[in-house]
Design a protein around this ligand. Structure first.
Ligand SMILES: [Fe+2]
Length: 140
């Protein structure tokens, strides 16, 4: 690897994931929606989003962790960040640097120009990184 390429790669890693989308296999996801485990209930992010929006108009996307059972927020166990992705690309990110003070809910106000598949990704300091089920938003 050439030195310049290596330095660029190292710089991307140092960003801690900002702007860098990890491989799909690095995420935990809901395996069987008919019989979710307690860990899945507490960690899989849930998306509240309109199924259809107008092109270029702002709308809200609400992300809640977890989708069936609220995730704890204590000084030793909490959600450290929540991201919103569109067609696999990072759109927005909310950080929770301190445990025990913030409910793991993020509201993003976004606009789209074309039909997009949204996903939410969150990180628990003890249980890893989790991704939501994809949600398609039709843009008219
Ligand atoms: Fe957790």
């Amino acid at each position: 690897m050439k030195r310049r390429a290596f330095l660029r790669y190292a710089a991307l890693l140092a960003l801690g994931g900002a702007g860098v989308v990890r491989a799909e296999s690095a995420y935990h996801r809901l395996k069987n929606p008919a019989a979710p485990t307690l860990l899945e209930k507490k960690h899989v992010p849930g998306l509240e989003v309109p199924s259809r929006v107008r092109s270029g108009e702002w709308f809200e996307v609400r992300v809640r962790v977890g989708y069936l059972v609220p995730h704890p927020s204590t000084p030793g166990h909490w959600i450290t960040w929540i991201e919103l992705r569109g067609d696999g690309k990072l759109l927005a990110r909310m950080e929770f640097p301190r445990g025990g003070v913030a409910d793991p809910i993020a509201v993003f106000r976004i606009r789209l120009e074309k039909t997009t598949t949204l996903e939410a990704v969150e990180n628990c300091n003890l249980h890893g990184t989790w991704i939501s089920e994809p949600v398609r938003v039709e843009v008219v």
